[in-house]
Design a protein around this ligand. Structure first.
Ligand code: E4P
Length: 225
């Protein structure tokens, strides 16, 4: 499963990228607004830090506006994937720009049938928002899993990008169902490296190593030659 970071914060991206396991980044207008910097500058900086798909979202709501924004954004950097909302107008735009080779991430997907139309329009990725579905009493992961099943049934190449992840359990469930990508907030990303038994085990290994001293390091005691 590919791992994307769900943030527009440069420091968070820089820290996560150092692990070498980051495959891409997703942003949205709210995440960009939080940074208080020019949209295109933020996207350019992210592209310079991560060599993988970087989602940059259109803000037009009409098909024609989305098409022209998509063409502009895609021209900024090879890594850019244009994020388009899953509206009727958005799907119209995706149908046009996908024919031009522009990669798209169809976002704000909340149902398997929405995901079906995104695939038919030629979307590169579809983003079901699992946490927001859970928030209103639905089972977000069940919906993601139905999307994976539908794409498998018909051989659609659109990648399922599980979004609106709130916990490590969401990441685990995405991996178990065979989702192509999970976009993970930095706080959840950080939890994936940790286990108390790893810390305990490592502390014991190092203590034993220290206790054994010269016998294992091969150090020659001073004055013995
Ligand atoms: C995905 O691309 C979105 O940016 C994101 O996952 C939305 O998550 P939220 O529901 O936590 O805002």
């Amino acid at each position: 499963m590919k791992i994307f970071l769900d943030t527009a914060n440069i420091d968070e991206i820089r820290v996560a990228a150092k692990t070498g396991i980051l495959d891409g980044v997703t942003t949205n207008p709210s995440l960009i607004a939080k940074e208080g910097k020019a949209f295109e500058d933020v996207i350019a900086e992210i592209c310079s830090l991560v060599d993988g798909p970087i989602s940059a979202e259109v803000v037009s709501t009409e098909t024609a506006g989305m098409i022209s924004e998509a063409r502009h954004l895609a021209g900024l950097h090879d890594n850019i994937v244009v994020k388009v909302p899953l509206t009727r107008e958005g799907i119209g735009a995706v149908s046009v720009v996908s024919q031009e080779g522009i990669r798209t991430n169809v976002t704000l997907c909340f149902s398997p049938l929405q995901a079906l139309v995104a695939a038919k329009a030629g979307a590169t990725m579809v983003s079901p928002f699992t946490g927001r579905l859970d928030d209103i009493g639905h089972d977000g992961m069940e919906i993601c899993s139905e999307i994976v099943q539908i794409y498998e049934n018909y051989g659609y190449t659109t990648e399922v990008l599980v979004a609106s992840i709130r916990s490590p359990k969401h990441v685990l469930e995405a991996a178990l169902m065979g989702a192509d990508i999970a976009t993970i907030p930095p706080k959840v990303f950080d939890t994936m490296f940790n286990h108390p038994l790893t810390d305990k085990g490592l502390a014991a290994f190092l203590a034993d190593w220290e206790k054994a001293g010269d016998a294992v390091t091969g150090a020659v005691p001073a004055g013995s030659d």
